[in-house]
Design a binder for this molecule. Structure first.
Ligand SMILES: C[S@@+](CC[C@H](N)C(=O)[O-])C[C@H]1O[C@@H](n2cnc3c(N)ncnc32)[C@H](O)[C@@H]1O
Length: 199
């Protein structure tokens, strides 16, 4: 099956700012672990965690450092190279979300899809990706998803909360929590952090 290019791929060179931004933040020693701290709180020790669209590796590396068994996957070769340079101990698969297979990769206590991955998926693939996330969950597994609802970034889509919830439910997932931040603020209009589980 041929997949449409991801919106991230279509932006191409224009999205280099993401990797450069986080490289600078990490080099300054500033905090980039907010998503990982919440992910860590959602699982038992030594959990199996999948990070879809792991980017330059910050979330996966922080979870690996906390003792979890992390599978990081990032289809953008430039970001994989940056991830290797910044976190040499983190292994990163090149798979895009729909190339992940529970028979091959196993199932997970937590699937992490943060940092706007959902608004950069290939056009029209959102429900299929949410179904794949559902298939990759262990029986009591959950997904942590976070993205900007309002101001679309260059090349990204706008994904209203109601549409995301409808897509998640159609994919066999249910919303367990919605927060406004990774510090669990109450919901806000422009950003959402979701905890999802199988319906
Ligand atoms: C802004 S970056 C965020 C990276 C990382 N999650 C973070 O928070 O630092 C968005 C990422 O979404 C990834 N992405 C977009 N569509 C994808 C897909 N279908 N499968 C896997 N990753 C995808 C891109 O390759 C890119 O790394």
């Amino acid at each position: 099956m041929s997949l449409p290019p991801t919106r991230w791929e279509l932006v191409g060179e224009g999205n280099r700012g993401y990797g450069e931004h986080f490289a600078d933040v990490v080099a300054r020693g500033d905090d980039v672990d907010g998503e990982a701290r919440l992910a860590d709180a959602l699982v038992a020790r030594g959990a199996r965690i999948l990070d879809i669209g792991s980017g330059m590796g910050r979330v996966s590396a922080a979870l690996q450092a906390r003792g979890h068994h992390v599978v990081a996957t990032e289809p953008d070769a430039a970001l994989r190279a940056q991830s290797r340079a910044t976190y040499p101990d983190l292994e990163v698969l090149p798979h895009e979300a729909l190339a992940l297979d529970p028979d091959e990769h196993g199932t997970f206590d937590l699937v992490v899809v943060v940092g706007n991955v959902m608004i950069y998926l290939g056009e029209g693939t959102e429900r299929a990706v949410l179904q794949r996330i559902r298939d990759l969950l262990a029986p009591a597994g959950r997904a942590l998803v976070g993205f900007e609802l309002g101001s679309a970034r260059a090349g990204s889509r706008t994904y209203p909360a109601e549409e995301f919830v409808a897509d998640a439910e159609a994919a066999g997932l249910r919303v367990v929590h919605r927060f406004g931040s990774y510090e669990l603020h109450e919901p806000v209009p422009d950003y959402a952090v979701w905890v999802l589980a199988g319906a």
